[in-house]
Design a protein around this ligand. Structure first.
Ligand SMILES: [Zn+2]
Length: 462
């Protein structure tokens, strides 16, 4: 009898141990984010877990649940080769994802942590959808790729599941041929809240506006080629857009302007095509005859913006057709394409910085002794800026580096012959999983050893 109860006791303890191991494994699996770091902006509002029920393939999905409006992500640091195009893809499913602010570039998406670079979003309730995020590593050797619910522009609530994360390296087109798109928006039809009062605006491009824009973009092409002494070649398309601009963005510095996301429906088609390296949009914000005027802070062009990697500039038509800013006239204005040149140079100025080159600020011409001239504005400054021929106080030649003319944005067409990389490969068997656990323990000891704080639940940055 004693022997039997001993055996039963042993069996029981084995069963209990197995159950405990199973429970421990389940708890571990539910919380195992592999090498990803979890982060949320307002702590305590987001739950991160692995989901074995709602999943796209055999691997458990990664789930973020924002119980209230928050910005939350899990991210991983991966090595990258500088000046290379990458595409990160994943499957996303959402349930009742709502952004706090309407019409903002936020929701469930892929991003680079601490930057504004991101993919398109999934919001609302949707079944598994593929999202892709293209970026260029520029001068970076590593990046933190985040899978995010929320964003820089709005917080989100609801639930998002991420699965099947992959990354590919593409081949950047390193020629100096740039392809521009100039969208002429026939109508600006927006309702804006101006100092607490709702106002409706409906403004249209005139025939003379369209004529001027077509002339300017053509002059921009020859001017940039000439000014850069052949360092870049330009092709362009002009497209008149009948669909009105119905949303505008606002900031204190500029007043109202058109952010790329305000016209995303129109832009997304062109981005998908992967044909263009820079996009200008032209529109009206005022009309002297009807005394209808959207408040802008004295800008005629706005640049240094990006949409899904592509440089993006606003060209504002003046309120009156008799304004000469975009008209060629030998006595008044021999450089009517100046706004196009200026705004595009803002993009090159920004690229140069992001690739790690020193260059003067585009607005700093006075510091180098240049003046705005009567008929041709700052043409000499732009020419010297483009050719690195500006004499600095240290008697050095400064300006844009020649290489910048071959560093165009990464686009869908860079991935026709791409390579799959395994930075996001999931552990496939128990040995790989154990390996991951060991790595984590080693990392934990390193963190404790360095006396630095645990990185879990750090703050998401813009
Ligand atoms: Zn400027």
């Amino acid at each position: 009898m004693q022997k039997t109860s001993k055996i039963i006791g042993k069996i029981l303890s084995i069963i209990i141990s197995l159950v405990l191991i199973f429970i421990a494994y389940k708890i571990y699996s539910l919380n195992n984010f592999n090498e990803y770091i979890r982060a949320e902006y307002n702590s305590g509002l987001s739950n991160f877990s692995r989901d074995s029920r709602i999943k796209y393939s055999k691997t458990d999905s990664y789930k973020i649940e924002n119980t209230d409006y928050n910005d939350a992500m899990f991210f991983k640091t991966i090595p990258v080769v500088p000046n290379t195009s990458y595409k990160v893809s994943c499957m996303v499913k959402t349930q009742e994802v709502i952004n706090k602010e309407e019409n903002k570039d936020a929701g469930a998406h892929i991003c680079i942590n601490e930057t504004a670079q991101k993919s398109d979003n999934v919001t609302g309730t949707s079944d598994w959808t593929k999202i892709e995020f293209i970026f260029n590593s520029k001068n970076r050797e590593e990046v933190q790729i985040g899978f995010r619910l929320g964003g820089n522009y709005s917080n989100s609530k609801g639930t998002a599941w991420f699965s099947d994360i992959t990354i590919q390296a593409g081949i950047s087109n390193e020629t100096n041929n740039w392809n521009f798109l100039c969208l002429l928006f026939d109508e600006t039809k927006v309702d804006l809240n101006i100092n607490g009062t709702n106002k409706s605006f409906d403004l249209n491009l005139t025939t003379s506006d369209i004529y001027d824009m077509k002339l300017c973009i053509d002059r921009f092409k020859s001017s940039m080629q000439e000014m850069s002494k052949g360092k870049m070649k330009i092709k362009y398309d002009v497209v008149e857009v009948q669909k009105p601009i119905t949303s505008m963005s606002y900031d204190d510095t500029n007043g109202y302007y058109v952010a790329p996301y305000d016209i995303k429906d129109v832009l997304d088609e062109y981005i998908k095509e992967g044909k263009y390296d820079h996009i200008f949009i032209a529109f009206r914000t005022g009309d002297i005859n009807s005394k209808n005027e959207i408040p802008v802070n004295d800008w005629i062009g706005l640049g240094s913006m990006e949409y899904r990697n592509i440089g993006f500039s606003n060209i504002r038509l003046p309120n009156s057709d008799s304004n000469y800013i975009y008209k060629y006239d030998e006595r008044i204005n021999t450089f009517p394409e100046e706004v196009f040149v200026h705004e595009f140079l803002h993009t090159l100025e920004r690229n140069a910085e992001e690739y790690g080159y020193d260059r003067p600020e585009l607005h700093s011409y006075e510091n180098y002794g240049y003046k705005n001239q009567n008929k041709e504005g700052l043409k000499q400054w732009y020419t010297d800026y483009t050719n690195k021929q500006i004499r600095s106080s240290k008697n050095e030649l400064v300006g844009l580096p020649e290489e910048i003319f071959t560093k165009k944005p990464s686009k869908t067409t860079d991935f026709e012959y791409s390579r799959n990389l395994d930075h996001f490969k999931e552990p496939e068997n128990i040995m790989e999983e154990l390996n991951g656990i060991l790595k984590k323990i080693v990392n934990l000891f390193n963190i404790i050893g360095n006396g630095s704080k645990n990185l879990e639940n750090t703050t998401v940055g813009a």
